[in-house]
Design a binder for this molecule. Structure first.
Ligand code: ADP
Ligand code: 5GP
Length: 206
């Protein structure tokens, strides 16, 4: 059953853990979920498309979005700005769709303040060695970026207590199944479906 208002599903993890890979599979398997496209000042990587991977922009345009209140949250990460456009989330969740966000820990904590009902999932790599292997083998970041991302990763682990769920991404398919199980359980929470009796039984309840 789809809830009356869509959920905000927040996924965070140190860079290279595999949250992008998990979200990609999840979106194929669950058509009620869409991915929010963030704004960023980072340069596009090979293969990334404007408006699909991110809305790529310069710092001045990013700051204008902040001033206009167009971002529900934003953060600075390894020298670049990243932020979540508010309108898309409001429109999709109002129509009953779920939106998944792939954002930094600081951004996630801010979202939770704005939207306490957001579902908070922290994805963990199976080991630090494997995290290093994945971020290096991904082949998308310079050596300097890899070291700053790994350096930052250690501080991110300290914030796991702000999340409700921890999923270990050892086997990708298993991790996707675990995220799907979390989402399924969250959708069944009564507080997300306060009109369930009226909707199911219409006027038949005495
Ligand atoms: P993130 O979005 O967290 O930065 P990515 O989704 O880009 O990470 O994944 C980082 C790298 O690790 C990619 O090359 C991806 O294909 C690989 N990867 C993701 N999950 C797994 C997994 N469970 N086992 C092995 N490699 C993985
Ligand atoms: P990347 O440069 O690898 O695409 O992303 C770097 C980090 O920025 C990742 O941890 C990713 O989750 C985070 N990120 C992407 N979009 C946003 C956003 O809109 N807000 C925040 N706070 N973080 C984001």
């Amino acid at each position: 059953m789809v809830a009356e208002k869509g959920m905000l599903i927040v996924v965070s993890a140190p860079s290279g853990t595999g949250k992008g890979a998990i979200i990609k599979k999840l979106l194929i398997e669950d058509k009620n979920i869409t991915h929010s496209v963030s704004a960023t000042t980072r340069e596009p990587r090979k293969g990334e498309k404007d408006g699909v991977s991110y809305f790529f922009m310069n710092k001045s345009d990013f700051k204008k979005m902040i001033t206009k209140g167009a971002l529900i949250e934003w953060d600075e990460y390894c020298g670049n700005y990243y932020g979540t456009p508010k309108k898309y989330i409001d429109d999709v969740t109002a129509a009953g769709g779920d939106v998944i966000l792939d954002i930094t820990v600081a951004g996630a904590v801010n979202i939770k303040k704005e939207c306490p009902e957001a579902v908070m999932i922290f994805v963990l790599p199976p080991s630090i060695k494997e995290l290093e292997r994945r971020i290096k083998d991904r082949g998308t970041d310079s050596t300097a970026d890899i070291s700053s991302r790994l350096e930052f990763a250690y501080s991110e682990f300290n914030n796991i207590g702000d999340y409700e769920y921890a999923v270990v991404n050892d086997n990708l398919d298993t991790a996707v199944e675990e995220v799907k199980a979390i989402i399924a359980a969250e959708r069944m929470k009564y507080k997300r479906n306060p009109l369930i009796l009226d909707n199911l039984y219409k006027g038949d309840l005495k």
